[in-house]
Ligand binder design. Structure first.
Ligand SMILES: [Cu+2]
Length: 138
């Protein structure tokens, strides 16, 4: 029993350490203030972020296959896994995504005021998979 507990603890520590070291590339318009605020949120949460200013965000969304109904301001890619993050997805949902390799892409559509980079979180922010299925609530 105790052994199992320690094994779980080690696994958790490894997962957290992994998440913290992860590099994420964020594509955004240079004039997008809430995109920059989301980049800060990721950095504060321990991610390495490479922010790339793009002149043509609709081309970026096309390239990564973001469904029109789920689009937001910025589009990001977890470098190691190629998983895609559309919009103001909270760091907790990003960590869950990294821990769930079977899910290829998640989104917070639009620019909800209860999302990081937009406003104060209230525990009701829903992150969805590109299929539309709920992935996380933060
Ligand atoms: Cu935004």
């Amino acid at each position: 029993m105790k052994k199992l507990f320690i094994a779980n603890l080690l696994l958790m520590t490894a997962t957290l350490a992994n998440a913290a070291g992860e590099t994420i590339t964020v594509y955004k318009d240079r004039n997008c203030g809430c995109c920059a605020a989301w980049v800060d949120h990721l950095r504060e949460s321990g991610y390495q972020v490479k922010a790339v200013d793009s002149e043509d965000m609709s081309a970026v969304k096309k390239r990564f296959g973001v469904p029109a109904s789920l689009q937001s301001c910025h589009t990001a890619v977890i470098d190691a896994s190629g998983q895609i993050i559309e919009g103001h997805v909270p760091a907790a949902a990003v960590a869950k995504l990294i821990a769930t390799p079977g899910v290829k892409a998640v989104a917070v559509p639009g620019m909800p005021m209860n999302s990081p980079g937009m406003g104060k979180m209230d525990g009701k922010l829903v992150t969805v998979e590109f299929s539309g299925k709920q992935f996380s609530k933060n």
